[in-house]
Design a protein around this ligand. Structure first.
Ligand code: ZN
Length: 435
């Protein structure tokens, strides 16, 4: 067992997520072996109250530092690391001109192995300890990422893209083979250590009915496997999806009609929804991965936080690199704040929300874990959680030091770090108790 003394941030799962942060100025985090052989949090609380209960324990003192849960990125594309920052007129031209040409390169083993290595190191440098990421349509791209994640002891969820139509040569897969490959990858990797498989229809327009039906059958056969896809990002995309699946009530409902909405189903974007769509999310247990930097960058629209909370479905934050513009969860939280500020219905008539800093932080940690149905496992530092955490240096830059020193409460401190922070704020990233 080992303990860390610093300020400690965590979230009380029994409280309203908008105000659930718990902060110890002088805290102690005790880490030790958990039931599944993974290091977990054994105890957390005020240093003075707790230290006496662990006589002789080695304590690493980190004065002036903040220990916080590792960030959870609910939606990202590891093969698009080098697509980040590519200018395009919108989603569909961006896919055609930048994304598909890059993903075609993922047939060469050297190419995807180095991409997986760089991707993971970039996540860790930014304090992200769990990601749910798309791979490409090539099964080898999944093998490369899982192999690298296993070497790092990192919790990682990924899956091979399903896209048997409306995709260029080199990326398009074959219906039957794609489903055989998906099942083989599930059996090889899912629930092995900290790895999880996600059935990954790229988005409904890229899949035939037969492929979506097969994906739904696998989702029923393997109920603890994740499902990831995209929905209602862009108006042209929605129009196209409605033409391709005219029998479904809405674009989102297409996924339900093929058995792809349930707990552990995560849909990126979820921007252009009506209340029936929101109720479908709630009733099926599916979750939204909110991708604000991507949505602002591609001009897709604004996630409706008020609508999501009014109907009551799960959501959390995601970078969506390469449509997203940063690996940094701090940048994503700031973009989410901008999105909340922008009134959705009409953009003029209603004042926007002011999302609280602790709610923004929750959305990228405990809230994202809840959306992935991994609450109590990751994204928090409650006893029993896996010991994935970061050490923040609130004096990492001159302006951060000056601003955080003036913070008179937790929300001011968190907001200063969200607005002014980047990878320099992340001093250390600890995976399952190991640096
Ligand atoms: Zn995406």
């Amino acid at each position: 067992m080992k303990a860390y003394r610093a300020a400690v941030l965590r979230f009380d799962p029994l409280r309203d997520p908008h105000q659930s942060a718990v902060y110890e100025e002088d805290g102690l985090l005790v880490v030790g072996p958990g039931p599944a052989g993974v290091q977990t949090v054994q105890a957390v609380g005020p240093y003075r109250e707790l230290v006496g209960q662990f006589p002789g324990i080695a304590v690493e003192h980190l004065p002036g530092r903040i220990i916080a849960p590792g960030f959870v990125d609910m939606h990202i594309h590891y093969p698009q690391t080098d697509v980040i920052g590519s200018p395009a007129a919108g989603l569909l031209p961006w896919l055609e001109n930048f994304t598909f040409p890059e993903e075609k390169r993922f047939v060469a083993p050297d190419y995807f192995a180095q991409a997986a290595t760089f991707f993971i190191s970039e996540l860790l440098r930014n304090g992200v300890t769990t990601a749910q990421t798309f791979a490409t349509s090539h099964p080898e791209s999944v093998n490369a990422l899982f192999t690298e994640s296993k070497n790092n002891g990192m919790r990682m969820i990924t899956g091979k893209c399903l896209q048997d139509r409306h995709s260029p040569d080199g990326v398009r897969d074959q219906t039957e083979q794609s489903l055989i490959d998906t099942e083989a990858l599930i059996q090889q990797w899912h629930a092995k250590g900290r790895l999880g498989y996600a059935i990954t229809p790229r988005f409904a327009p890229s899949c035939t009915d037969a492929q979506l039906r097969g994906a739904g059958e696998l989702a029923a056969k393997y109920p603890d496997v994740w499902i990831q896809s995209h929905v209602a990002e862009n108006k042209d995309e929605i129009k196209w999806a409605r033409e391709l699946f005219p029998n479904s009530r809405s674009y989102l409902a297409t996924y339900a009609d093929f058995g792809l909405m349930r707990d552990r189903a995560v849909f990126a974007h979820c921007i252009h929804f009506d209340d029936d769509d929101r109720a479908l999310m709630r009733d099926t247990g599916a979750a939204a991965a909110v991708c604000p930097t991507s949505n602002l960058f591609l001009g897709s629209g604004f996630f409706d936080y008020a609508g999501a909370d009014r109907v009551g479905y799960r959501y959390g934050l995601a970078s969506d690199v390469g449509g997203g513009t940063s690996f940094s969860p701090l940048h994503t939280m700031l973009a989410a704040y901008y999105v909340g500020r922008t009134s959705v219905e009409g953009l003029q008539s209603k004042p926007g929300l002011s999302l609280s800093p602790q709610h923004l932080w929750w959305q990228h940690t405990a809230g994202a874990a809840n959306a992935l149905r991994l609450d109590g496992v990751i994204g928090n530092l409650q006893p029993g959680c896996e010991a994935d955490f970061i050490v923040l240096n609130p004096t990492a830059t001159p302006l951060l030091a000056r601003k955080t020193a003036r913070a008179s409460n937790l929300d001011e401190l968190l907001f200063a770090m969200i607005v002014l922070g980047d990878d320099r704020l992340i001093q250390r990233t600890v995976i399952a108790g190991t640096d």
